[in-house]
Design a protein around this ligand. Structure first.
Ligand code: AG3
Length: 281
């Protein structure tokens, strides 16, 4: 019998993937955690029945959320990833030779443990000595950090469930206070196709916390709408305000998606996305 998984997205559509087998299924204190093996995308992590990552298309997300901000900073040394318990964002951050320490602040130890066991190509870097794993709520962690990080990456779930508190003005203000001078935050900001409402609520809150708020976009085959966005926020760095092409070329060698043309193109927004984020045009 054929077994298919569907993430119901919005307005009567979803993404449906043929399942080979279920490898892990647990209900943690926070959410349902599943790892399934699929024909089309290899192994996949699902949280509360939503696609978080897959072996075959994770690079679309992880290379964008990390390299676009990392290469907008001259020498990022200390990086914080909030959420992202699968380790994919940390893996990309560690490709940058300036990095001395990456703190991974993930609320749910079940996610980290399941990914370490079943998704080694994504979570394999979590044993690197530069990685400090904090199993705690990012909301509390960030409130304790002042002037600490060069880059903060908010690799969260959707703005409902355990991720909800990561989409508030207070949280963004605390992120700002945790950044050093010249620091940058990038946060996943949902799909301009499937989550217009969530996006249009998020950007005004970001603008209350940061003077510079911009948006970059890219495709993600297994996420709602197939098309995704990230917020780029800073006190002093504008998108493409700093860019070292030689460093970008070094990173490009180990990437499936990222290159210096992508860096330049990522902030080019279609009109309907400008409308959602209310970017002046
Ligand atoms: N990124 C998850 C983004 C939200 C996806 N939403 C959805 N499928 N409805 C976090 C995992 C990648 N490290």
């Amino acid at each position: 019998m054929d077994l298919w998984f569907t993430e119901y997205q919005k307005d009567g559509f979803g993404i449906t993937i043929k399942v080979k087998e279920s490898l892990f299924h647990e209900v943690s204190e926070f959410q349902t955690v599943d790892i399934i093996d699929t024909e089309a995308f290899g192994r996949m992590l699902l949280l509360d029945g939503l696609v978080m990552t897959s072996e075959k298309d994770e690079f679309f997300y992880h290379e964008m959320i990390s390299h676009i901000p990392m290469l907008s900073h001259p020498a990022p040394k200390k990086v914080l990833v909030i959420g992202g318990g699968d380790g994919g964002t940390v893996r990309e951050v560690l490709k940058h030779s300036s990095v001395e320490k990456v703190v991974l602040c993930e609320i749910d130890s079940f996610v980290v443990d399941a990914c370490r066991r079943y998704l080694p190509t994504i979570a394999g870097v979590l044993d690197d000595p530069r990685v400090d794993i904090q199993i705690r709520d990012g909301i509390d962690y960030i409130a304790e950090q002042k002037d600490q990080f060069d880059i903060i990456l908010v690799d969260s779930t959707d703005p409902m469930g355990p991720g909800e508190g990561l989409f508030t003005e207070e949280f963004y203000k605390n992120v700002n206070a945790a950044l050093k001078q010249g620091g940058i935050m990038a946060a996943q900001s949902e799909s301009p196709v499937a989550n217009k409402r969530e996006m249009s609520l998020m950007y005004p809150l970001l603008r209350k916390a940061f003077p510079i708020v911009s948006t970059f976009v890219g495709p993600i085959p297994t996420y709602p709408g197939g098309y995704w966005s990230w917020a780029f926020c800073s006190n002093d760095v504008k998108p493409l305000g700093y860019f070292d092409e030689a460093r970008a070329n070094e990173i490009t060698i180990s990437c499936k998606l990222y290159n210096s043309d992508i860096q330049k193109a990522a902030f080019v927004l279609p009109n309907f996305v400008k409308e959602i984020v209310k970017e002046v045009h």
